[in-house]
Design a binder for this molecule. Structure first.
Ligand SMILES: Nc1ncnc2c1ncn2[C@@H]1O[C@H](COP(=O)(O)OP(=O)(O)OP(=O)(O)O)[C@@H](O)[C@H]1O
Ligand SMILES: [Mg+2]
Length: 324
């Protein structure tokens, strides 16, 4: 029985020697949704995906995927899932079409069905024009899309995507997001790991935050963003004496109390109407002659969420998120 859940994991444990990669990890994923698994480097995301996709064995706890036990019914689970790993699995020398046909044959489709499925998938992932080019000449985004296509050969009920856009430029990232949306519209459930709050926000209806092998939050994207106060406008002044006036200006456009960091000469506050708030603050600061070093908008990042939830930071650079 899966009761409308594509994944149910309880108290998962995985140890590598002394290291507890998973340490009582819980997760439920509703059927037909995208669920984000958000966490920094080394949090345990790949380990969780590898257990749920039956690639490695758990040391404790229990997990069901598509209503089947990953330990006792591993083979049945495998028939219902697809997996795109953190590192691309496609062959560089072959063309996109040849790659998909090869995967089709690996899944015992037979030559004709493998060819037909390749054509469908190339179309679905917007790769028809590039179908007969060597994958070595694909962009990063095209390669990830081909990877997604390969994991969809058998149209799995549950698809695991492990950091599908890490290292991609913003445009390629957007293309992969489109493909994921199309998959879910077709009825697939997706568990997506990511280090980007923005990515989880764009795609997932629910997000589990993982830290040191444990779920530390499970919420909607809005719930998580509210936790850290949404978008913020941020001003850095040139001198400490300018700070009080900057605080007043920022307070006028913001929807909450400005916070100041005296050492960094910085004031920031939550805003809803991002661009208007920024324009308004910039204009008023100039009109009042406040000397400003820097001004900008900041989206909440995984790092902000982490700081709220755990009191410590991740080592995810801010710029990675900001460029998304
Ligand atoms: N095969 C292994 N042998 C030893 N330690 C491992 C192994 N696989 C993972 N670990 C350790 O377990 C912890 C969790 O690793 P995991 O790969 O699941 O993290 P992750 O969240 O996927 O990180 P990343 O974002 O960097 O991919 C890390 O401390 C990692 O070093
Ligand atoms: Mg990983």
């Amino acid at each position: 029985m899966n009761d409308g859940y594509a994944v149910r994991a309880e108290a998962l444990e995985k140890r590598y020697g002394e290291k507890r990669a998973l340490d009582g990890f819980d997760l439920v994923v509703r059927e037909g949704t995208v669920h984000g698994l958000l966490g920094p480097n080394g949090a345990g995301k790949t380990t969780a995906v590898r257990i749920l996709s039956t690639l490695i064995r758990l040391d404790g706890g229990r997990a069901e995927v598509a209503g089947l036990d990953v330990t006792r019914q591993a083979r049945e689970v495998r028939a219902r899932i697809g997996l795109t790993g953190q590192y691309a699995a496609v062959d560089e020398v072959l063309t996109g079409r040849q790659n998909l046909e090869m995967f089709g044959r690996l899944f015992h489709l037979g030559g004709r069905r493998a060819r037909a499925r390749a054509v469908e998938l190339l179309e679905q992932f917007d790769l028809t024009d590039a179908a007969d080019r060597g994958v070595g000449k694909y962009s990063g985004g095209m390669r990830r899309r081909l990877d997604l296509a390969a994991s969809m050969i058998l149209a799995p009920a549950v698809l695991f995507l492990d950091e599908p856009t890490t290292g991609l430029d913003p445009r390629s990232r957007g293309e992969v997001w489109e493909s994921v949306r199309a998959l879910v519209a077709g009825g697939t459930t997706v568990l997506l790991t990511t280090q980007y709050l923005e990515e989880a926000d764009k795609l997932a209806s629910r997000i589990t935050v993982i830290d040191q092998g444990r779920a530390i939050a499970d919420d909607t994207p809005d719930g998580l963003k509210n936790l850290v106060g949404g978008d913020r406008v941020e001003v850095v002044v040139a001198e400490r004496a300018e700070l009080p006036r900057a605080v007043k200006v920022v307070a006028r456009v913001s929807d909450g109390e400005p916070e100041t960091d005296e050492d960094a000469l910085r004031v920031h506050a939550p805003v809803t109407d991002r661009v208007n708030a920024l324009t308004e603050v910039a204009r008023t600061l100039r009109d009042e002659g406040v000397r400003v070093e820097d001004i900008g908008l900041r989206r909440p990042s995984l790092d902000d969420v982490f700081l709220r939830l755990t009191g410590h930071r991740t080592d995810v650079p801010q710029s990675k998120e900001a460029s998304a």
